[in-house]
Ligand binder design. Sequence first.
Ligand code: MG
Length: 460
Amino acid sequence: MNVAQRPELIAGQLAPRSDTSVVAATMAQASAPPHVVAAPVGTTPVSPVPGGPVPRGPAPGGVPPRPAPPDHTGPASALAAAVQEATRAHRAADAGAGPAGELADAGIRLLAPDGTLVPDPRFDVLADHDLRQAFYRSMVLARRLDAEATALQRQGELVLWIPLRGQEAAQVGSAQAAGARDFIFPSYREHAVAWHRGVPAGEVLRLLRGISHDGWDPAAHNMANYTIVLASQTLHAVGYGMGVLLDGDVGTGDPERDTAVLVYLGDGAMSQGDANEAFVWAASFGAPVVFLCQNNQWAISTPARRQSPVHLARRADGFGFPGLRVDGNDVLAMHAVTSWALAHARGGGGPVLIEANTYRMAPHTTSDDATRYQPANELAAWAARDPIERLRRMLAADVDAGWFDEIDELAAQTAAELRRDCLALDPPPPASMLDHVYAEETAQERDQRTWFTAYRDSFL
Ligand SMILES: [Mg+2]
């Protein structure tokens, strides 16, 4: 329907509701009988043009009285007041929204920023010293590779890069908790998850070098490729989890058989319809899915506090499954809580939501200028909670200083290999973009390929 052909829609729907003159005129028109145009009281409607349309005016008898204002003391008002009060209570319980609140209420924590262990009777602190060192190694490598990839993008070797700086603990701790049978669905920032999972460093760059629609073989690592479309991977994960259920690979008690799904999403994705639909489906069918939300406080330039007046973990209450808020800069807590959640899912307990309270210490992507909106004092406050530094402080009590130097040297070597591998990633033949569109090439596709090849050859 063309709105221009229905001026009453413009008056009735598009005009500001506070414009009482427009509303009154619309009401007057609505009250007039068909083809009888209202005129001011005591006058006869006349067209200024012979035979033309008659101008509209107020309804016969004048403008109807305005309806009585709504009763603000009724049940609806009481409900609104109760909702406001509940929201205030939630805010208070969550130690307030915004960076100050996020810092004050870190969530479940086993390792303090000063490197000391924090007893929590609900979770065992990881006693495996070798694994603690492996965490440190993976986090340092991830940070170094992330910096190298950022430099490669600045030098024109990558189309885009999506930095992970600051989120190393959230990714490495959770990735370690996933077993070989578990399947991981990342968003697009989970480079440390992929590297810790064994994906070769260079393969993570393939998509963002613009030479491939994907990155690695998902079946080789039980880890799907990146999903750029926000939150769509949550639905993929629930679908996979429902398949695991149908296969009977949940709750058997056999560690070689029971399987869970670990899916990553960001704080911005929590506002997407796909994520909330995924929560409903996972809860309804008891799918063995752990939703791991890395709340890095920013959805590009929108602060997380604007998207939710309460901690994101609390959202799980409404869907009927557990929600846990964790210090996302504490690799020990991330590992402990994700291990519990995955075991819960594998055992048939259904989905779990984990909110990793962390911070994005870099722009959203290399196309973003975070200095335009990210307060410097906020960055400094979160830098004091750096995930790598706190683990280093703890390890320093037992590990020689030379070991840290070895890790730094390894990181530098790995970064050099990443650069070499990146530069060796040659673009595929352009016409290959037509491969695999259909199982069998159609005549139309063949014509397109022939035309495209001839077109490109015309430049040579
Ligand atoms: Mg975010």
